[in-house]
Write a protein that binds this ligand. Structure first.
Ligand code: M6R
Length: 603
């Protein structure tokens, strides 16, 4: 949520800042801007909208220098306008910021009208505080430290000072910030992806750290202002590769990648037909598992609850992080808490992780970004290993989360004595079959495109499922909503008659997710209930299910028969493609849907 990049170097920075912003655009795309120091003066360029608008502004009125900071915004305080776009400048100070300064109103008021504020943002006050400190005679280093002391909230900051060219001041409190190391240049970035074209050697600031970065030096201070040294991490190229290849959109590329990524994830948790335990993870030490996540990751957790209960007979709860953290949940003294997050930075999920640690839970972070804050703060960090996911709509991270959680439920069953060697082998063989089944599901693409053209003409849609396919119905509705802007609701198929069925009328699209399993007949009965009220039903099922109930539906998407336990992973593919093609038919911005950002680092 918002992306920051900064360069202090020996060559012009503006084009490279813009390139870095493009890599960060997945974090927010309401407005963008850069500030550089040109001949001792701050120069700024900003534009509303995506980075291409900033590029156009820069070609109209070029600015450049050997040092600069840049920002792409996902609006929190203040509308997406040029005036609210970062960098914010006061006097000699330019600031880019990711996160929220919670006490900004009090801080603004403390100036008592003495300073002229030009924006509605929480950020601008940071520039004013530091500029006032400089005017009072403080050195830039002291003025920055003084400024940080005034701020409450979660933030990452990058600051330059007009008459102090050659220094970037950076800080991290709550929001991630990395320092990239170069040759005669150094960089700051919200993540390694931002700096992919510049550096592979990253130093991740820790909570409360601040830093002063020049072309040839990096000084880091902890929250007490004591100089500290932090490890350098070499970033694997694959972890920051972000090209679209031959695909029209990142989302489509990532949907197709699932043939590989589901297998790649499994390789972390499987040793032939045995399940492999991540280091330090022993489910016998715990009597309850609490899963916590947001959005799509929470739906992966919902599916996993069925697996942990059915395969491992382990008590398991799932909660969305924004609710969990504020409801004073009662946790077992022998509890294990697992946060699930693609980015590893989602503010609510991170806060839930910290809450669980405080309450004495052993914590696991299941994350895609192993250098993320959650990975660093949890007792045990384990990989989703789906590779970089750039499309705002999560796809391959979801199926990889499912794959990892499935294997972990098998591990819990094995360690807790609920399943024997033969059952373990069967369950792991089922997991190994997933990549090929995903490949076969992709063959539905042309049929789904035709169905999507029809779905695109509707204002709303329903998704129904039972058991682990109920959370998949929720995920299907979320995917459709976020990229096509069609109102969609996911329901447990048995719950529909308790109210929502009132909304079904002639032609209402209903997508029923029902592979042939022990709940199939019940779901088919619910499908009949909506059919008799005029719904236009698309049934997503397997070959057996299609044979038994396909004739009842208006359209059937049939995947090959598969082991029942892994059906939610395989059936994710047609669900994702249906949302993708519907959005495409409507001409929306599939990879960067309106109002959204990939990584939600504010509450
Ligand atoms: O990075 P995280 O997995 O923690 O993100 C959680 C949600 O913000 C994310 O899954 C969101 O719901 C996606 N846009 C869904 O496609």
């Amino acid at each position: 949520m918002c992306g920051i990049i900064g360069i202090v170097g020996n060559r012009p920075v503006a084009p490279r800042l813009v390139d870095g912003l493009k890599r960060l655009e997945y974090r927010g795309y309401d407005s963008a801007g850069i500030a550089v120091i040109e001949g001792g003066d701050l120069k700024r360029s900003r534009a509303k909208g995506k980075i291409v608008e900033l590029e156009a502004e820069l070609s109209r009125a070029p600015i450049d220098g050997l040092i600069g900071i840049a920002h792409t915004r996902w609006a929190t305080h203040g509308k997406p306008t040029v005036a609210n776009a970062h960098p914010h400048i006061s006097g000699r100070v330019a600031v880019v910021h990711n996160g929220i300064i919670e006490n900004y109103e009090t801080l603004r008021a403390s100036f008592d009208g003495a300073r002229n504020f030009e924006s509605d943002t929480d950020t601008e006050v940071v520039a004013h505080i530091m500029d006032a400190a400089l005017s009072a005679g403080m050195t830039p280093k002291d003025a920055f430290a003084h400024t940080l002391k005034q701020l409450h909230g979660a933030f990452a900051l990058g600051v330059i000072v007009g008459d102090n060219a050659g220094h970037i001041y950076a800080a991290r409190r709550g929001s991630p910030l990395a320092i990239g190391l170069g040759d005669g240049e150094n960089y700051i970035g919200s993540d390694a992806i931002a700096l992919a074209a510049l550096s592979s050697d990253m130093v991740y600031l820790e909570e409360g750290d601040s830093a002063i970065i020049t072309a040839n030096s990096v000084e880091i201070f902890d929250e007490n202002g004591t100089a500290v040294s932090r490890d350098t991490t070499r970033i694997d190229d694959a972890a920051i590769a972000t090209d679209k290849g031959p695909f029209a959109h990142y989302m489509l590329k990532e949907v197709h990648e699932q043939v590989r990524t589901t297998g790649q994830t499994l390789s972390n948790y499987a040793d032939g037909e045995s399940v492999k335990a991540p280091e330090g993870l022993d489910f016998t030490a715990f009597d309850r598992l609490t899963l916590i996540a947001c959005g799509t990751a929470s739906y992966a957790g919902h599916v996993a609850k069925y697996w942990f209960e059915q395969i491992a007979q382990m008590p398991c709860e799932i909660d969305i992080a924004s609710e969990f953290r504020y409801r004073s949940p009662v946790l077992s003294p022998r509890g294990l808490a697992m946060v699930i997050s693609q980015s590893g930075e989602t503010a609510d999920t991170l806060a839930a992780l910290r809450y669980c640690k405080e309450k004495g839970q052993t914590t696991i972070a299941l994350v895609n970004v192993m250098t993320s804050t959650m990975a660093r703060e949890a007792d045990i960090a384990i990989p989703i290993d789906a590779g970089p996911e750039i499309g705002v709509a999560s796809t391959k991270a979801f199926t990889s989360q499912l794959m990892a959680l499935y294997a972990l439920s098998v591990l819990a069953g094995k360690q807790r004595g609920g399943i024997d060697v033969a059952a373990e082998a069967d369950l792991m063989k089922a997991a190994a079959a997933v990549p090929a089944l995903v490949g076969k599901s992709l063959l539905l693409d042309a049929q789904i495109k035709t169905l999507a053209a029809d779905l695109a003409g509707n204002r709303s849609a329903f998704y129904l499922g039972r058991g682990p396919h109920f959370p998949l119905a929720l995920e299907g509705a979320l995917k459709l909503k976020e990229i096509s802007y069609i109102h969609a609701e996911g329901y447990a198929a048995g719950e529909l008659k308790h109210g929502p069925i009132a909304l079904i009328e002639d032609g209402t699209p209903v997508i029923v997710i029902a592979p042939f399993d022990e709940l199939f007949e019940k779901t088919v009965s619910n499908m009949q209930e909506v059919l008799s009220r005029g719904a236009k039903v698309t049934l997503i099922t397997d070959a057996k299910g299609a044979k038994l109930a396909g004739h009842m539906a208006h359209a059937v998407l049939t995947v090959p028969d598969m082991p029942q336990t892994v059906a939610p992973i395989v059936l994710s593919v047609p669900v994702q493609l249906l949302a993708y093609h519907t959005a495409l038919a409507l001409g929306t911005d599939v990879d960067q849907p309106r109002n959204l950002a990939k990584s939600v680092t504010v509450e």
